[in-house]
Write a protein that binds this ligand. Sequence first.
Ligand code: NAD
Length: 504
Amino acid sequence: MPVAEAIETGRVSHWIGGGARAGSSGRTGPVYNPATGEVRAHVDFASRAEVDEAVSIAKSAFPAWRATPLSRRSEILFRMRELVDANRRKVATIISAEHGKTVADAMGEVARGLENIEFACGVPNLLKGGFSEQASRGIDIHEIHQPLGVVAGITPFNFPAMVPMWMFANAIACGNAFILKPSEKDPSASLLIADLLSQSGLPPGIFTVIQGDRTAVDRLLEHPDIAAVSFVGSTPVAKSVYETATRNGKRVQALGGAKNHMLVLPDADIDMAADAAVSAGFGSAGERCMAISVVVAVGAVADPLIAAISERMAKIKTGPADVEGNEMGPLITRDHRDRVASFVDNATSEGASVAVDGRRDPACKLPGFFLGPTLLDRVAPGMACYEHEIFGPVLSVVRAPDYPSALKVINENPFGNGTAIFTRDGGAARQFQFEVEVGMVGINVPIPVPVAHYSFGGWKASLFGDLHMYGPEGVRFYTRTKVVTSRWPDPGTSKVDLGFPQMR
Ligand code: NAD
C-alpha cells in the first residue's frame, strides 16, 4: 500500500522489506490529534512474530549492504538528503498534526535531523582506519571499522523525525541494517521517511519500521540477531532498556530524561536571559529533552528576571498549531497534560509560589490537551516539582544566594543532560564549564544541542551506556574495529620460534 494512502486511511502500518505492511497482530493503539483531542488514526502494534520476521528480512539484506562500496553508500545518502530536504514541509506537517508542535518548530526539527544525514554522507572519510607502516621489522598494522549487523533504534514522541535521524543516518552509512521502533504516539513521520529512503535507492530491508508498544521493544531487546540498541526516552525506561539489552549481550546507548538548569549570574543581561528562558522553556510546550525547566537565579537578579520572564510569558499565544499566530501547542496526551498540571497543583503546598498560572490560560477551555505557560517561584530541591522531570510548559525558579550554591544545586541534581550559564563574565563562564557535571553546556546559549559533527549525550541519569549519540561517537557505536597485522617475508627466512612475538 502506498504510504500516503496508508496514512490517510487512518491506519499507520509497519515498513518491512521495502514497503508499507499492514499489521497482523490484531492489536492497535490510538493516535490523537492533541489539538482537538480526537483520535485521528490507529497504529499497528507488532507481535513478537512480526518483529522476528522483520529482523529476519533485515538480516538477509545486511550482507549485500555491508559489501556495497562506500562511494555507492555515500551516493545514496546524498540522494536521501535531497529527498528529505525537498519534503521538509510534508514531514513537518504530519509531525505537527500528531505531536501538536507548530509547523515552524517541526521544520526546525527536520533541519536538525538533516544535519545527521549530511554528516553521514562523508562515510568514506568517517570509516578510514589508521595504518602503521613498519610497526615492527617488515610488519605493517592497519585497522578497519566494520558494521555490527542488524541494529535497532527505539525513539520518543517528542522528536519523531530528528531522533530517528540521529540514529539511522550513521547506522546505515556504516553498513548496518536499521530497525526503527518509533513512538506509538506520533508514528506517521517514520513511514514518510521510510518511503523517502526507499526512493533514494536504499535496498529493501536496510531500513525497517516496526510500529508498536512494549511487546515489540521487549522482543528487539532479547532477539539474538539484534547486535545493538539505541534508545531515547524517559529515564526509567532507558535504564530498564539498558539493563535488559546489555544482559542479552547487546551494545547499548540509552538516553534518558532531563532537568536542564539555566544559571543566571547577577551581571547577566536581564532581557537577553529572559528571552532565552522563555524560548527554551516553552518552545514545543516544554516537551524537549533540552528544554530549560529550571532557572537558577543568583542573588539580586531573581526579582527583575522573574518580572521580565512573566512579561514575556503573558504574550505567548497558546492554542492549536494550525491557527495563525499560535506559538505554543498542546501536550501530547490528556494524561500527560493532567500529570504536568498536577505538579502545579501541588507546588504551593510544598512552599513554592505560582508566579504565572497556565491553568488559567483560555486555551485550557479548548477540547485539546492544553496547558498555558506556567512559572513557579521559590522552588527548592526536595519538592516534587523540582525532583521530577515535568516535560511540559512549567518553568521553575530556584533562588540561590551565590555561584557556589547555584552550582551545587545543578551538580546534585540526578539528571545531567544540558545546562546553560548567562553572564557577561568570561572567567565565570569558563569556571562553570570546568565544574559543572552535565554533558552539554551552553554559554549564553539556552539549548546547546551539539551540531552533527559533535556528539549528543548527557551525564548521570540522562544516559546509560558509554558512547554518546550521533557524530563521531555515533560512528564508533555502529562499528567495531578489527586490527590487522601483516608481513610478507621471504619464505626462505622462516623458522620455528616458540617465544612470544616481540615487536622489534
Ligand atoms: P518513553 O520512555 O515513554 O518512550 C520512549 C520509547 O520507549 C517509545 O518508543 C515507547 O514506545 C517505548 N516504551 C515506553 N515504555 C516502555 C516500556 N515500559 N518498555 C519498553 N519500551 C517502552 O518516552 P516518551 O514519553 O516517548 O518521550 C519523552 C521522554 O524522552 C522524556 O523523558 C525526554 O526527556 C526523553 N528524551 C530524551 C532525549 C535525550 O536525548 N536525552 C531526547 C528526547 C526525549
